[in-house]
Design a protein around this ligand. Structure first.
Ligand SMILES: NC(=O)c1ccc[n+]([C@@H]2O[C@H](COP(=O)([O-])OP(=O)(O)OC[C@H]3O[C@@H](n4cnc5c(N)ncnc54)[C@H](OP(=O)(O)O)[C@@H]3O)[C@@H](O)[C@H]2O)c1
Length: 260
């Protein structure tokens, strides 16, 4: 990881669940970490644990990714370090409401975090990666990206943006040695997911993926973007009705025709 991508990774949404699993697995590979979430306490605890267990350097920053200047703050936190990996994990919908029953301000915050901050952070961090000729970006996505569903309208729309954006980014950056992966998760056992289910009075399903397995898959599949669907092989038709490899082939075919 360190050799292929570089000495530092930014993990946004790192304080728990899949983000923390990414951080631990990267640290085990000797990658230094810049950990971002809103709650400083869990971040500093994780940083101390990681530094103790793996001897890597950890920087933490309490940043609300739903703020307009979140990507600038992430870049300030990185402070010129060579960031070779950008993992954007924060992104769940904690509102759990039908569109018209939710406050517009909450939907705007979700879109700012999942769409604007994602785009801005990629612009800030991918430029130096392209210049160096190495790097990797993982956009943690959801099966909700593949079609509209009631109750997750804005969330699904934001994840659809991330999917299409990430696919285009993969086509643009891959020739420059930068890997991009949309890691499309299924239901996963995370604290945020448990909290939402409890708030809605729903029993927590017993067939969820573990955060550790999902993070491990993301890191393993990063060189094979632009899409990886949890629990589905590359050729397997998934939630979208098209396979990951068919989506890849389509992008490559059009990109080639455009280059011609
Ligand atoms: N869990 C699932 O079943 C499932 C299924 C499909 C896709 N996903 C995707 O997996 C990713 C992680 O989901 P999750 O269930 O772990 O929930 P999550 O609410 O995205 O929480 C993950 C991390 O993001 C941080 N975070 C959330 N909002 C933030 C904000 N505004 N600014 C900064 N940090 C923020 C949280 O820490 P703080 O609270 O400290 O900020 C936490 O560390 C999301 O992108 C989600 O769409 C999850």
């Amino acid at each position: 990881m360190r050799e292929r991508y570089g000495p530092w990774a930014v993990v946004a949404g790192a304080s728990e669940g899949t983000g923390a699993a990414f951080a631990r697995q990267l640290a085990a590979e000797g990658v230094n970490l810049i950990l971002v979430a809103r709650r400083e306490g869990p971040l500093t605890d994780l940083a101390a644990e990681i530094a103790r267990d793996h001897g890597v350097d950890c920087v933490t920053g309490s940043i609300d990714l739903a703020l307009e200047d979140a990507a600038d703050r992430m870049a300030d936190l990185a402070d010129g370090r060579e960031v070779g990996l950008l993992i954007l994990n924060a992104g769940a919908d904690s509102n759990g409401a039908l569109f018209l029953d939710g406050a517009l301000a909450d939907w705007e915050a979700l879109v700012t975090r999942n769409v604007m901050t994602t785009m801005r952070a990629c612009h800030r961090f991918a430029g130096p990666m392209r210049a160096r000729g190495r790097g990797g970006i993982i956009l943690v996505g959801s099966g909700a990206c593949y079609g509209g569903l009631p109750g997750i309208t804005v969330y699904g729309g934001s994840k659809a943006f991330d999917l299409v954006f990430g696919e285009g980014l993969w086509a643009e950056l891959n020739p420059h040695g930068v890997d991009v992966l949309n890691l499309i998760m299924g239901r996963t056992d995370t604290p945020a997911h448990r909290e939402l289910m409890a708030r809605k009075g729903h029993a927590f399903p017993d067939n969820c993926a573990s955060s550790e397995d999902v993070a491990a898959l993301g890191l393993a599949r990063l060189p094979h973007g632009p899409v990886c669907n949890w629990a589905l092989e590359d050729e397997e038709v998934g939630y979208a009705g098209t396979s990951a490899s068919a989506r890849r082939a389509r992008i490559q075919q059009i990109a080639k025709a455009m280059a011609g």
